[in-house]
Design a protein around this ligand. Sequence first.
Ligand SMILES: Cc1ncc(COP(=O)(O)O)c(C=O)c1O
Length: 393
Amino acid sequence: MTFITDIVYKNVHEAHVSAIKEMAMLSAKIEGAASLTWGLPSFRTPEYIREGVKKYLDEDTAAGKYTLTDGLPELRELVVKKHKVETGIDIDADANVMISAGNMQALNTLFHTMLDPGEEIILTDPCFASHIQQIKLFSGTPVYWPLDEDNNWSLDVDKLPDLITDKTQAIVLVSPSNPTGKIFSKEELMRVGEIAKQHNILLIVDDPYSDFVYENRDKYFNLASVEDLKEHIVYLYSFSKSYAMGGWRLAYMVMPAELKHEALKVHDATMICAPRISQLAGIVALSQPSNHKQEFESVLAGRRELIGQRLDNVSHVFSNQKPEGAYYVFPKIVAAHTSSREFALDLLNNAKVAVTPGSAFGPSGEHHVRMAYCVDEDTINLAFDRIEQYFKG
Ligand SMILES: Cc1ncc(COP(=O)(O)O)c(C=O)c1O
């Protein structure tokens, strides 16, 4: 133990880098590894956005400056219009919209704003690994709400009321879900909304994937479109996936005015503002028509079919349910193994294939792995050729 251990905050010392990033870092050290770990789309930021940003850099003398803490007014106004089109709900750019450096930073700001030590946030189980870590970093307690695996990972709303205590602050929802790809039904979500309202709990709708729903467009429902829940919802939209802008770090939050007032203090103290250059990219992204989202979705649809077929061919290793949206599969490991972590490390070290252990996504994720199929087809094929070879006989 060195003085560094001594000075590091206990919660940080006890935390780990997420298994997603850990596997990505390990696989980067193995030459030629086929990686299905990270949800990093293979797409390039669309040309119209790159060109628009170049123009800003050349012509906008303020392009290198800070912005207002809640973001550029022009971008927030574009968010107001987008939100109206998508949800039918009227919001105000000053009162309700905050630009963040990605949904991760937005969530961090929210948890920081609302969590006193020991307070609870309900997470679906499995859920996005980083939600668990962020809550713990702020001395909060993640409360796991097991999804119904037999029903393709749907919400088990009957179980929700029993999880609510006087320490419950919020419920986090991701639909389509990471890691299961599940799109929660309107009926289920409406019931969750009613329960949250009844108990005065915040609903945090983390939305990086609603543009990738394939043949299930009609099934997708945005809880932020319910007027009656407006004061109980924070809706977070990320540019990372739909605009292939993960590295730009850009997202927005639509939130109740009182919460924005509080969250701004955290955002200001920790971030000042989201990077201006990325906000300018966001203005270009939202102000020009483009069909790149449909193109991304159709490429991903092909990869979803491919990975589904390849999984079917190794049914002695994995049992799979077809994901409805996003770009992950979350098969159960049926081959002999002790834990998903041991399985993933073994696969990486001996077959040069990187997947993320399901245990990273909560207790119900154990004995599963997550595979991201946003990588190109060659990588998917290489990974599965190796898996077939490794588990032969
Ligand atoms: C559910 C979920 N939330 C947030 C993020 C991160 O989004 P951003 O890049 O906007 O920080 C991801 C990325 O994989 C995700 O799956």
